[in-house]
Design a protein. Structure first.
Length: 137
């Protein structure tokens, strides 16, 4: 869904971009719920699920940067943190240790998702309160 999201956001089809972003986020949450509910958790899923979250949110932040609605330093901090965590996970896998996302990582991902949603809504309807909400998130 990420390529479609990027296309629609950059083509200024913000409603479509918002719908795709929300659907991608919801399907990711449902996938995690189903995996936990039916004990379908795998080491592959523990690695791939956070990676999918990173791809979606980093794509959004890079689009926001291109659209000049966020600062480069914010995006650099986010991307640097994501790559550092990914590097740590890869080093752990090399030592046959799988690091699943913890509560703080989930809170970070949820706040990034809401920040992206509020940013897209701000693009659709530039009310100043929305700008403050996405900047805080």
């Amino acid at each position: 869904m990420v390529p479609f999201f990027v296309f629609f956001l950059n083509a200024n089809f913000n409603y479509a971009a918002l719908i795709i972003f929300v659907l991608a986020s919801i399907t990711d949450a449902i996938d995690g719920f189903i995996a936990r509910r039916y004990n379908l958790i795998t080491n592959f899923g523990k690695f791939l699920d956070p990676l999918a979250d990173k791809v979606l949110t980093i794509a959004a932040f890079l689009c926001f940067l291109k659209l000049n609605i966020t600062n480069v330093w914010v995006v650099l901090i986010i991307i640097t943190r994501e790559f550092l965590v990914m590097f740590i996970r890869l080093m752990a896998i090399k030592n046959k240790i799988v690091l699943a996302a913890n509560l703080w990582g989930k809170i970070k991902t949820i706040s990034q998702i809401f920040a992206c949603i509020f940013t897209i809504i701000y693009l659709i309807n530039p009310i100043i309160i929305l700008k403050y909400i996405y900047q805080i998130l």
